[in-house]
Write a protein that binds this ligand. Structure first.
Ligand code: A3P
Length: 282
């Protein structure tokens, strides 16, 4: 009923007041909820999703930290799952952005997860949020943003907790959670696509492999191909962000053009303290 909704709203309002609060360098209000900095804009949907979402066995969730290759993984998943329904001339990727085809939150039980070198991920997020910052806000230096990132304060941070949480879950439940790394995908697309198809329960047949289906999916979903599509040059993401903002450089090691040696040292130490010590390998 309407009353119930209002009282749920009030209750939530009161609850939210008890959460630690901060601001991301993009200017978003963040609340620390269940170990993560959640943007205030999505907090209500987030809690509602946790309370009401019921998964089906056939569901698939793409769970990535922002700027770790979500767009790419969505395109690959969609193309792999529906390859028998897609024709060369009539590919939904030509008319819809990957974020439209695989919605947030896309519902699912099996998950696969995108991880990316934190330094490249940070630089990608820095550029992305810089574009989105409201003009009236004071500008934030790369130094300040980096400091916040290292302290875990960014949308859905801390980065290391996110990565470790999913990595551990994928170790415990390899059939339900596939852990993928951006750089590894770039290095060997074909074997990762086969792994992905196997995980999704739709392995490529020998015939498909001979016909070059794997290579074709990799090609259609490549950075160059997606970036050049009219729909991705013009369209808007569900949040109103232009699709084009999701395609920047897609380079491995772009961080070296921005981070100082002191910053690199700080990040390497964090990786050592947070990931290496936990036995994290990929
Ligand atoms: P850069 O900013 O380093 O270029 P997300 O999709 O999670 O928002 O991540 C965006 C990052 O993935 C951006 O990185 C973007 O350029 C890159 N990207 C987008 N599409 C890609 C694709 N098809 N292949 C590889 N990288 C891609």
């Amino acid at each position: 009923s309407h009353d119930a909704e209002v009282s749920w709203g009030d209750e939530l309002q009161q609850l939210v007041q008890t959460f630690p609060k901060d601001k991301s360098w993009a200017g978003n209000n963040l609340y620390f909820y269940q170990g993560f900095w959640c943007p205030s804009l999505v907090l209500k949907s987030f809690i509602s999703f946790q309370n009401h979402f019921q998964a089906f066995d056939s569901d698939v969730i793409v769970a990535t930290f922002p700027k770790s290759g979500t767009t790419w993984l969505k395109a690959l998943t969609f193309s792999t799952l529906y390859r028998n329904k897609i024709t060369k001339d009539d590919n939904p990727l030509f008319s819809f952005g990957p974020h439209e085809l695989v919605r947030i939150p896309t519902v699912s039980l099996s998950a696969y997860v995108g991880f990316r070198n934190p330094m490249d991920m940070f630089i990608s997020l820095w550029h992305f949020t810089d574009k989105l910052r409201e003009e009236k806000l004071d500008s934030v230096s790369l130094d300040q943003a980096f400091d916040k990132f290292c302290n875990g304060v960014c949308e859905f941070g801390p980065f290391f907790d996110h990565v470790l949480g999913y990595w551990k879950a994928s170790q415990e439940n390899p059939n339900k959670i596939l852990f993928l790394k951006y750089e590894a995908l770039k290095e060997d697309m074909n074997s990762h696509l086969k792994k992905l198809a196997m995980f999704l329960g739709v392995p490529f047949t020998e015939e498909e492999e001979k016909e070059g289906v794997v290579e074709e999916i990799a090609k259609v979903c490549s950075f160059k191909s997606l970036k050049e599509l009219e729909v991705n040059k013009k369209g808007l993401h569900i949040s109103g962000i232009p699709h084009t903002d999701f395609f920047r450089k897609a380079k491995v090691g772009d961080w070296s053009n921005y981070l100082t040696p002191a910053m690199v040292e700080r990040m390497e130490k964090l990786v050592q303290e947070r990931l290496d010590i936990s036995g994290f390998t990929f």
